[in-house]
Design a protein around this ligand. Sequence first.
Ligand code: G1P
Length: 896
Amino acid sequence: MMKKCEFIGENGTFRLTGAQRYRDLYFPIAGEYGLKSAVTPQMAGDAKLDQNHFLYEPVSSCDIQNRRFSRNFWVMADGCEPWSAMGCSSMQRAAVYTKKEETITVTAGYMWQEIKTEGKYLPLTATTTMFIPVDRNLEVIRVEIENTGDAPLAFESCFAIPLYGRSADNLRDHRHVTGLLHRTSVENNIISVNPTLSFDERGHQLNDTIYFANAKSEGQNPDSFYVNQNDFIGECGDFERPEALFTHAAAVANGYCENGQEAMAGFRFAKTVLQPGEKKQFLCMAGVCHTAEEIDGMLADLSEPKEVEYELTRTRQYWQNKVNLKYHTADENFDRFMDWVNFQPELRRLFGCSFLPHHDYGKGGRGWRDLWQDCLALLLMNPSGVRQMLISNFAGVRIDGTNATIIGEHLGEFKADRNSITRVWMDHGLWPFKTTKLYIDQTGDLDILNQEVSYFKDRQVMRGTEVDNKWTEQMHWQEDTRGKEYHGTILEHLILQNLTAFWEVGEHNHLRLRDADWNDALDMAGDRGESVAFTCAYSQNLLELADLMDEYAKTNPEILLLQEAAVLLRDEDGLFDTPEYKQTLIKEYGSKVRHVVAGIRIPFATETIAQNLRAKGIWLQEHLRKTEWIEDPIGGGWYNSYYDNDGNALESAGENAHMMLTGQVFAIMSKTATDDQVKQICEAADRYLYDANCGGYRLNNDFGEIRTNMGRMFGFAFGEKENGAVFSHMAVMYANALYSRGFAKEGYRSMDSLFRQSMDFDKSHIYPGIPEYFGRGGRGLYAYLTGAASWYLLTVVNQMFGVRGQLGDLVVEPKLLASQFDESGIAEINLKFLGHEWTLRYENPNHLEYGSYRIQEATCNDQALTVTDGCIVIPKNHILNMDARVNNKIVVHLNE
Ligand code: G1P
């Protein structure tokens, strides 16, 4: 399957040969202190701390191939034009597809990349390694030149990296003028750019950031420097043909200062001679800091080759330790692919959704739904710290059930919206419960529901439809009439989020779409649009929250709820059938909590509230079943997912069938769809949405029209992004829903198609991992930073391998297909649960198919386990009494 890009070891390390032909690939590298880089096979790409602090010029995906700057290293030998170790010279670029083409091989693993260029113009090989030490905002770029000829090789050399040193906003907002702010100097072989002022969205202010670089070579310092881009490239050159290197233009010396020029880090080394087979290392480090005093510390212990090697090993180890899930199935490629899927949520934690070349929107931070869904993966991989993260995140909920949409870098930092636009995404209230439920299942920590947390407060009230004129900037949190910050339990936050959603309906009595749901691009049906898909999803929340509260009631028979919330509990006969009544009720609640709350909480029997939520969940599902099922005359059927702004159902069957995946996912997951309906949905999805050449199930089929009464997605070309691409996130959730209903074969089809497409480099053109979507020609786009990874990982662990938490107990219920067991009938997973390490091994010696096998017997550390209803349950209490230092081994024997 993988021709050019293949795994070469554990932990997902992979190799791509011939990378010079795939220049627009990018790879993420970051540290824990804020520096985030994107690097292409030829060392182009940018690096930044955040939107306002870019070390190198920001690049979008369409730029990386066309721009001429990179982290370049030049070799100047007699008898040859200057030669680039990254293949980034006009001469080498022009040679691609000719006899002089030089092969570049990329090898990469978690947070490091190595490229090897085999010289054809010069008898040498250059190996460039890049990484960011975990605790320094510093890129380390090490170039090793080896003389592969049979005669001594003499050359001068030069690092040449343009420094941008300002806000991404300045790319098209005073690009020239902000260059005039630059103050560049060379001291002690360190080139630093210390702009006088910074111009960005925060206004004009004194700059407090230094962008710097330093280079050395095995103890030898550079003998001169280039600090001014214009001087370096000259009147007719560019970064791939810099005049200074062709004309041997003089460079500047230590002590030099330059004002108001586009800066660069150019370090020129005097002539060196390598004997045949001899190697020499050149090291460049480029970083960002706030005071000149920090620089020495940041560069310390990185002068000697062995120190650099040590730091590289430490960095690699650090990131490997972050991933503590391992799989063994019949397909080793799949197991290695999962190494990257496991790592992707870490990347999203660091990069957010804004800082890789495709993600050229946003200004950092993370969106509300992404934040909660990323926690899902962290819960499976790195549960420590997640409790606090959840508690802090709940403080982003407003008292009216909506929430802040942008979450800052630090816990508890919220903003209404990146552009201060009032928008309400109707799915936002859904995700906190999903994540909290997983947290409670993984830990048994029902007590988290008792934690008291404040509510976010800003100008927006009445679920984003009005503004609170009494609000002042000082009021970040909801206050009561006495001006005291109001606190409610996490359970109260969850109840408010789900109940307010329940009442906010449109004319068909489904929840209003508002400014969009999960599908951000359904953003033009704010008045009359309804999301049937997320009505299903909320019905599941109401039912599951009710079940959880039944458990919780055992130790907490009574709960306290905000006095004003009583109205949300109404449930008189016939009430739910009238949309107008619901609309009035939600307004009534909104007015009660418009500016401040009374600050009084009243007690309720936990069971009564659980029953109240359950009745609402049941009502929703019955209503959905009655009104939204579409029968296809040629077989199968599905649920309508939306109503448009004219109040019409978006989907229809028949000759010109229109089908969307989202509605099916949540109808199946919530159990709104009956088993028979699930079969029919699969039939229809296979007919209208499945595309074997593009990774599986599309988000919709081609509606063939621009629907201004639904959303901008219909303006995108069909097959791209939210308009009918194979959008990994929803395709994975489709699989998850199917597995959860016991449709393992059907769920696997979606998971397997995504995996195969991702790993088919010739089509997907991406490094291993799951991209946000597959577009034209099956190409993978928006690599790495996608919520799909969390759900993929969750589905593999909880569904395929069937190992999951249930209120802190460990439950084992395999749903692997026969083809997933290796030749000896073994499949295995290593994971962490309740702070213990576990190896779970399935033995299926007769290669029986899912549905034909059952758990015949099982042991944990050689002690027999009881099988009940086809599952194994190891109680939490039992686990807590086990020795946390040993790796526990569960062996499960499957047979007829
Ligand atoms: C992106 C967004 C996500 C949104 C989705 C569909 O998905 O991050 O919030 O729901 O598009 O519009 P992702 O990149 O996470 O796959």
